[in-house]
Ligand binder design. Structure first.
Ligand code: CP3
Length: 344
């Protein structure tokens, strides 16, 4: 069991522990030489579904940086692979689907898979999480599980791969709302099955990634997206962090009516401003600008101190980046950020 006194879990409850908790999105990955070494010869999604490998990769950044949480090494498209969908992750590009979901018939095809079958197929995920949690237990460090939110998953699935503006998914909402709601409703259940597998195996908190939510008009976010995201996490019995990029205009909606214990903020909105928007009932997570990871240390350190100072305006603060660690980041910069935050 992770300690209930772990700074991350206290901050999610709205308390201010003596040391501010810090972890990094994409802390496991290409910024670490030990990761690149382990991944040689194994495709990304195969690595995610090989329990020993996924567990070891999850633990690497916890050992190296002394962060306050592990984030389970997997990917938002893993539950889609478990649902039998033909998806690969192309290095340097991202998830690519053999059969994009464009028509009502395509939606009927993918949603015919029972989410219960995804839960059953998630045994390698449970096994990897159990291995991580048993290793982290000694230190009381919590493991964060995660899933993709329905819109971000649909942004890939409908397009068939990465896109800048996610035009096809946004078009489907308006041109065939029934098909959109059928697809997003199914994606919510599949993400929920993936989250439940991680929670059953010991994840102490979960993060819902709606990375591309910032591409939506606020009215569309409210009508077509937020209800499905809320369904993906409704009733989970661990604290929920809800993150998206470019979500300044919908930051209050990102609370999902209070279902989210914390909202993750990108680098565009200063945390004191974000705190005024989300109010006293929500913890903030963020929001170091990933671009500054390559700046001289004194520049980066001043930025981190500013993030900490503005974060005091929130009920509680979990330090993180405004988005993932860029692959070319010097990992020593991350270790120094952890030391600075813990000493502050
Ligand atoms: O350390 C962690 O944060 C945990 C693991 C994690 C990965 N993906 C590992 C990964 C998490 C939480 C994700 C979520 C994810 N995957 C998101 C949401 C977060 C975000 O960044 O906005 C998204 C949009 C994806 C889809 C995806 N998977 C992309 C865009 C890419 C990058 C493609 C590339 O090569 O640049 C991936 C691949 C991926 N997922 C890698 C990792 C470590 C890189 C794989 C490699 O080593 O080649």
């Amino acid at each position: 069991m992770p300690s209930p006194d772990a700074p991350l879990l206290r901050a999610l409850r709205g308390e201010r522990p003596e040391t501010t908790p810090v972890w990094f999105m994409r802390q496991a990955g290409r910024s670490l030489p030990e990761y690149r070494e382990l991944r040689v010869g194994t495709r990304m999604l195969d690595a995610c579904l090989t329990p020993d490998l996924a567990a070891e990769i999850t633990l690497q950044p916890v050992r190296r940086h002394g962060v306050d949480a592990g984030i389970f090494f997997s990917d938002i498209v893993v539950p889609l692979r478990l649902a039998g969908i033909d998806v690969e992750i192309q290095p340097g590009r991202g998830p690519v689907f053999a059969d994009p979901v464009r028509s009502r018939a395509d939606v009927d095809r993918v949603t015919s898979v029972d989410p219960a079958d995804v839960a059953a197929a998630a045994e390698p995920v449970r096994e990897a999480v159990r291995a991580v949690v048993s290793e982290l237990d000694g230190s009381g460090t919590p493991l964060i599980g995660f899933a993709g939110a329905p819109f971000t998953l649909a942004a890939y699935l409908v397009e068939g791969g990465p896109s800048k503006e996610h035009l096809r998914a946004r078009a489907m909402m308006h041109s065939d709302p029934d098909a959109w709601h059928a697809l997003a409703g199914w994606l919510a259940l599949v993400s929920r099955a993936f989250l439940s597998a991680q929670i059953e195996a010991g994840a102490a908190a979960v993060q819902l990634f709606d990375s591309w939510a910032g591409s939506l008009a606020p009215a569309d976010f409210r009508a077509f997206v937020a209800p499905h995201s809320a369904a993906a996490v409704a009733g989970v019995d661990v604290p929920v962090i809800h993150f998206g990029v470019g979500t300044g205009p919908v930051l209050d909606d990102m609370r999902l009516g209070g279902v989210a214990a914390a909202v993750g903020v990108d680098w565009r909105v200063p945390l004191d401003e974000a705190a005024r928007i989300v109010g006293a009932g929500t913890t903030l997570q963020g929001n170091i600008d990933p671009a500054l990871l390559s700046a001289p240390w004194e520049v980066l350190a001043a930025h981190v101190r500013d993030v900490l100072r503005r974060g005091r305006a929130a009920r509680a603060h979990i330090v993180n980046l405004g988005h993932g660690v860029p692959p070319e980041t010097d990992p020593d910069a991350l270790t120094r950020i952890v030391e600075l935050v813990h000493a502050a």
